[in-house]
Design a binder for this molecule. Structure first.
Ligand SMILES: Cc1ncc(COP(=O)(O)O)c(C=O)c1O
Length: 387
């Protein structure tokens, strides 16, 4: 876990080029863009018709959480006691929601008793029994039954591990209601979901479940999945998603149903860029100082075929400038001894790129910092703010 780095202690620069010029970073350097975190938070807080929970797993670093808090985010989708503690240690007044359908024994008890967490997810009867036994006061709880929402609009599906069918969910809703807790529904359409229509389809599945069960729900959590723009892939505007959700609720005759969403990637991705350095060029191969065991971990996932937009920078008599000229594809290798430590797709970079030059990768705020490892003794952890 990271020490609670305070934003005020980080070096600040007017631009990425100024940061490179001044620091000449030999270690990977995360560039923090407060304005981009703020813009993402504003888009959701003003556009989404309900509570916006930041999915902490996307980037649990205090820097991300502090910026999103500063931008007005007060609710957090926390999937473990560890994530709850990160958030609560930074901001005791934050509202955490324990939205993992399976919890380690004792975690719900600690979350409920120590951190007043009252929202939980289940997708099966044994987890529901465990949750009720650990918390012991169902009247205080909202329990969200997680539905399968395998709709094909997302790059990374989120329904093969968790979620149940409408028939199973209907039974669970009855059990929740009988316990005295408030019955609710949730789903996750998959991460980097490029189809706003998937949310409308998933809301229809929720409606079918309500009809099957005859149980009225107290809230609907539409999960995460909102995409961000990567290299060559512009994400659809978020208002298309928000409008789709509002329309689906109206169509179902529930315009005022309390709704929640859990964006991770959409709130965190654009807030960070990463400066890497070319340690060695060998023909059309570049060996850089970060790789798939570090910030590029998500590149390993089958189905995730997005690239972080790369920009090459060189130092010219101590002045940093963007390297222009004709581009060609390069294989980009990370620093570890593992042959698998290579970006899965060639990166288009200027033909003249050389040892010691830098590559800035943008949109690196989500599922990068959270899943980096110290394999082989490399652990990217240098930071600067661009204001
Ligand atoms: C339950 C839950 N909510 C929210 C998220 C965040 O998803 P995304 O980053 O696609 O918005 C995830 C991602 O794994 C999740 O499992």
């Amino acid at each position: 876990m990271n020490a609670p780095v305070r934003i005020e202690t980080l070096p600040r620069f007017a631009s990425a080029l100024k940061a490179i010029e001044s620091l000449k970073p030999g270690e990977p350097l995360y560039l923090v863009y407060p304005d981009r975190f703020a813009a993402a938070a504003r888009t959701f807080l003003t556009g989404f018709p309900g509570d916006v929970l930041y999915a902490v797993k996307a980037n649990p670093h205090p820097i991300a959480i502090q910026h999103l808090w500063a931008a007005g985010i007060r609710h957090f989708d926390t999937a473990s006691l560890g994530e709850i503690e990160i958030v609560k240690n930074l901001f005791p007044g934050a509202m955490c929601h324990f939205m993992a359908p399976v919890r380690l024994p004792g975690q719900a008890k600690a979350a409920f008793e120590k951190y007043d967490v009252t929202d939980y997810v289940v997708d099966g009867p044994s987890e529901l029994d465990k949750l009720l036994a650990e918390t012991g006061n169902p009247k205080k709880l909202r329990i969200f039954v997680r539905l399968v929402a395998q709709l094909g609009g997302a790059l990374l599906e989120m329904s093969s591990k968790y979620g149940c069918s409408p028939e199973e969910a209907a039974k669970l809703l009855h059990k929740v209601k009988a316990s005295g807790a408030a019955p609710c529904l949730t789903f996750h359409v998959g991460s980097q979901c490029l189809s706003p229509f998937s949310y409308a389809q998933a809301i229809e599945i929720a409606q079918r479940t309500i009809n099957l069960s005859g149980v009225e729900i107290a809230a609907l959590d539409i999960g995460g999945g909102f995409p961000t723009s990567y290299a060559g892939q512009e994400a659809p505007p978020y208002h298309w998603y928000f409008d789709m959700v509002k329309e689906a609720l109206v169509t179902l005759g529930r315009p005022n149903l309390p709704v929640l969403c859990e964006p991770g990637r959409a709130l965190a991705a654009q807030g960070l860029s990463l400066v890497t350095q070319v340690v060695m060029r060998r023909g059309d191969r570049l060996y850089i100082n970060d790789g798939i065991y570090g910030s590029f971990d998500e590149q390993r996932f089958a189905g995730f075929d997005e690239d972080y937009p790369p920009t090459a920078v060189t130092l010219d008599k101590n002045k940093a400038r963007i390297l222009g000229g004709e581009k060609r594809p390069f294989r980009v290798y990370g620093p570890t001894c593992d042959s698998q430590d290579v970006l899965p797709r060639p990166q288009m970079l200027p033909d003249s790129i050389a040892n010691g030059d830098f590559i800035i990768f943008d949109a690196m705020g989500a599922y990068t910092v959270s899943s980096r490892s110290s394999f082989n003794g490399y652990y990217p952890d240098s930071w600067a703010v661009i204001e």
